[in-house]
Design a protein around this ligand. Structure first.
Ligand SMILES: C[S@@+](CC[C@H](N)C(=O)[O-])C[C@H]1O[C@@H](n2cnc3c(N)ncnc32)[C@H](O)[C@@H]1O
Length: 290
């Protein structure tokens, strides 16, 4: 449960959550193109009830609440108390559906009867379960007949510059400093849903049908629109770069930041903001009609 890559109570609370919450506004701008694809696939209609899995600080939960409108109902489910506390502190737009914030582990959750949700959504919140089959079976149980799933997941790490550019720069700096590190996995943790065939098999076994997966190559503004100098230190807070840099001393961390800033300087858009590719898949499925 406390594997630093796969997730767990510890790893999504404390310092990791503090860093995420601190950067929440930048993350939100960075991931806006992902939300656009996810919400388009979810096609939430006024009056629908929505469950947002691994909702974090709640950006997509609030968007779902806006789409469902005052007659709808939305639940944001997350394992981390710290993330949910931040989520609950942000007001929703007038006219939005009311939101319930629910602390639960998707794998170990005992969902209420009867099935209550029209739509289950998630932006990068489904890849960390200790038991993915149990989790997706739970989500199937709470979804009404004919209800639908839409979730955004990452492709393999090496297919997204947004991870690869800062990571490779960090590894160069670590090598130059002679600092030890464990090469992070390319296909676990955030990337554990990279294989469409395994994802389809998992969802089908959990009770979902009509599985469709669409690949999107997006341009993501690192830290939501930042210069190389500002984006480089922010990269130490996330993903594989966070993991390899975690144990480094201050001098090595400074060398990592300098190397990343140099790599980022070659990847700026016309506004001078670091812009990198991110490959995601939007996974859709349904619960068969009764
Ligand atoms: C990458 S963050 C995504 C947060 C949010 N969906 C967003 O896009 O900003 C992953 C989220 O999944 C949550 N999470 C991890 N393991 C979980 C589990 N077993 N059950 C429920 N939530 C979990 C974490 O606490 C974290 O908030």
């Amino acid at each position: 449960m406390n594997d630093p890559v796969r997730g767990g109570v510890e790893s999504w609370s404390g310092d990791r959550a503090t860093r995420w919450v601190r950067q929440a506004a930048g993350i939100e701008r960075q991931l806006a193109p992902v939300s656009d694809r996810l919400l388009a696939a979810a096609a939430i209609a006024p009056g629908e009830s929505v469950l947002d899995i691994g909702c974090g600080t709640g950006p997509t939960t609030r968007e779902a609440a806006r789409a469902a409108g005052a007659g709808g109902r939305v639940t944001g489910l997350d394992l981390s108390e710290d993330m949910l506390a931040a989520a609950a502190g942000v007001a929703t737009e007038p006219g939005s559906a009311p939101i319930d914030w629910l602390q639960a582990d998707g794998s170990a959750w005992s969902p209420p009867e009867p099935a209550a949700y029209d739509v289950v959504i998630s932006r990068f919140g489904v890849m960390f379960f200790s038991d993915p089959l149990a989790a997706f079976t739970n989500f199937a149980r709470v979804t009404k007949p004919g209800g639908r799933l839409a979730t955004a997941v990452w492709a393999r790490r090496g297919e997204s510059e947004v991870f690869e550019v800062p990571l490779q720069a960090a590894l160069r700096a670590l090598d130059q400093c002679g600092a030890p590190y464990e090469p992070p996995a390319d296909d676990d943790g955030p990337y554990s849903f990279h294989d469409p065939a395994s994802v389809e098999q998992l969802l089908t076994a959990a009770g979902w049908s009509s599985v469709e997966q669409t690949t999107h190559d997006l341009t993501l503004l690192f830290a939501g629109g930042a210069s190389p100098q500002d984006a480089a230190p922010a990269s130490l807070d996330f993903g594989p770069t966070r993991i390899v840099a975690e144990g480094a001393d201050d001098e090595t961390k400074a060398a990592i930041v300098a190397e990343i800033a140099e790599a980022f300087a070659t990847r700026v858009d016309t506004d001078g903001h670091v812009a990198l590719g991110g490959r995601i898949r939007v996974v859709q499925a349904r619960i068969p009609d009764a």
